[in-house]
Design a protein. Structure first.
Lengths: 142, 91
């Protein structure tokens, strides 16, 4: 299933997926998305994207991500700080927020699987494990 | 005991946890070369060259820390107790 770019014709929200959202999450309009080219999507996103997403922005984002889930951000702040510094370094040096506890293979599709947060719910360190955690320990079961 | 390689990441907590155990093993005479892979692309490429060996033993992924015996093409990965690491290193 090939993902495509979609644009809300009302507020210019951009979505990348197999199909468009039924309702635009920003303006709430129903059936608002039209398929567009990657060039158009990048043209819209480029100038508007935040120039920087600092470590504390990511810290806030993962806290919000884990707020209502069966897992939480590890309360071991020293470990979290170390991991976040590695994730930031990987984005700076290699383009994406790769997990510091694995290595990218240089195969793009494969390496998307290790961008933090990864889909750790299926990993053997988490699934079916009482005190499960993601591979690096950034997220742990509640 | 032949020469072994430890692939590790500078900001990987598992790697940090294993370092004192590896250093202890080195102090006891083991030849273990420690190669950082996220800040050294040459080391990363070397680790990638062992991909079939590593993924077979490490859940299908290139994980750190990973220990490699280049002579036997054996691999072990993740945190482990000292005795287990030592036993693996001794083959």
């Amino acid at each position: 299933m090939k993902k495509k770019y979609w644009r809300c014709f009302v507020c210019n929200d951009i979505h990348w997926g197999v199909r468009p959202p039924q309702i635009c999450p920003t303006c709430g309009i129903v059936h608002a998305y039209v398929e567009i080219s990657a060039r158009e999507a990048k043209g819209i996103l480029g100038p508007q994207a935040e120039p920087d997403f600092a470590v504390d922005d990511f810290r806030r984002a993962i806290a919000a991500f884990a707020e209502t889930t069966e897992f939480k951000v590890n309360p071991d702040t020293e470990r979290v700080d170390l991991l976040l510094s590695g994730i930031a370094a990987n984005e700076q040096n290699h383009g994406l927020r790769y997990c510091p506890c694995r290595l990218r293979s240089k195969e793009f599709e494969e390496d998307l699987k290790i961008v933090c947060p990864c889909n750790f719910l299926i990993h053997e360190t988490y699934k079916g494990v009482e005190k499960g955690e993601c591979w690096c320990g950034l997220f742990i079961k509640r | 005991m032949g020469k072994l390689i430890m692939f590790h990441g500078r900001e990987c907590p598992h790697c940090r946890a294993m370092m004192p155990l590896v250093d202890k093993l080195i102090a006891e005479g083991a030849a273990i070369e420690k190669l950082e892979v996220w800040h050294d692309e040459k080391n990363a490429d070397l680790m990638r060259s062992y991909r079939p060996v590593i993924t077979a033993k490490c859940g299908g992924q290139l994980r750190v820390p990973t220990f490699i015996n280049p002579e036997t093409s054996d691999a072990a990965c993740g945190e482990m107790p000292y005795e287990k690491l030592k036993a693996w290193a001794q083959g």
